[in-house]
Write a protein that binds this ligand. Structure first.
Ligand code: SF4
Length: 211
């Protein structure tokens, strides 16, 4: 497999892939969106955050509010109660340890309650354009498996998949590769019935038309 060829094809297909999370105006609101988006669609999160983010903007705003009140704004999102608890804890931690600001290293970000490596990478890529790793979510892990870039099929192996991808994808492409592959997995290489006919990788993918 020519790994350069994968990124070249993706560049031709996605000129400027971006997060589909909307409405956020600062790093704290973006982090809150990321927490809310676990096992939920970005579209559903965006619908809820239009109003939510008009009222809550800073780590202090979220941390000082009652969970019950915050929950009212996001009750249409899966697991909203536990997500509200997570975002409050994350904001409290940021106030306590980082003056209410978002840190800029993966090492510090993964210590924030409720953030794992995936979320930390997304925040670094989208907010700061900092490259420390590759985002491995359910879409990226599925695409990587189908392309034969990993043998790990279990979600629990996200960190192993990330290391494998970091070893084969040029570091200067990590941010682009993450964003493009999330979109490819979301809209083309879907879990059920991947759209191989319209996939820009269909003549180099070992799983093309076989899933
Ligand atoms: S060719 Fe099909 S299986 Fe391979 S990456 Fe594209 S959509 Fe996924």
């Amino acid at each position: 497999m020519n790994f350069m060829e994968i990124t070249t094809r993706l560049h031709n297909y996605y000129s400027n892939p971006k997060t589909e999370l909307e409405n956020w105006e600062n790093p704290i609101q973006f982090m809150v969106s990321v927490i809310l988006s676990a096992q939920a669609t970005d579209k559903g999160v965006n619908k809820a955050t239009v109003e939510f983010f008009k009222h809550y903007k800073t780590a202090q705003d979220f941390a000082n509010e009652e969970a019950e009140t915050l929950s009212k704004y996001v009750s249409t999102i899966n697991f909203y109660n536990s997500k509200v608890d997570r975002l409050i804890k994350a904001c409290q931690y940021l106030i306590q340890h980082h003056n209410g600001e978002m840190p800029r290293t993966i090492e510090e970000l993964v210590k924030v309650p409720g953030l794992g490596r995936k979320s930390a990478n997304v925040i670094l890529h989208v907010i700061y354009g900092i490259t420390e790793g590759i985002v491995v979510d359910t879409h990226v892990s599925r695409v990587a498996l189908r392309l034969g870039l990993t043998k790990h099929a279990d979600k629990k192996d996200a960190e192993k998949i990330e290391v494998e991808l970091m070893n084969i994808i040029d570091k200067k492409e990590w941010i682009f590769f993450s964003a493009a592959t999330v979109l490819l997995g979301r809209y083309i290489c879907k879990a059920k019935k991947p759209d191989c006919t319209n996939c820009p990788l269909n003549d180099i993918c070992p799983s093309a038309f076989r899933v």
